[in-house]
Design a binder for this molecule. Structure first.
Ligand SMILES: [Zn+2]
Length: 81
């Protein structure tokens, strides 16, 4: 925790978790195979923060096994807000 540190964007989490959220909010896909914690975080983002995060099949090509990617569904947020 850095005391007195201010950032213009909403800082709700720390470290990698916030980075993951920032990435999602920037419109990027979050490959579930890149970090095994993503699953848990996405669950929390959806459940606790009510973020409209959707899932699709990832086609990043980095992993042979089928896996998911997460993305921030801005259209849903506009509809709800
Ligand atoms: Zn992937």
């Amino acid at each position: 925790m850095i005391v007195g540190y201010t950032k213009p964007v909403t800082q709700e989490f720390s470290g990698e978790k916030q980075k993951a959220l920032d990435k999602l909010k920037s419109g990027a896909l979050l490959c579930s195979s890149e970090n095994e914690l993503y699953r848990r975080w996405i669950f929390a983002f959806k459940k606790d923060q009510n973020y409209p995060i959707e899932t699709l099949e990832c086609d990043c090509g980095k992993y042979t096994r089928k896996h998911k990617a997460y993305y921030y569904e801005w259209a849903l947020e506009y509809r709800n807000g």
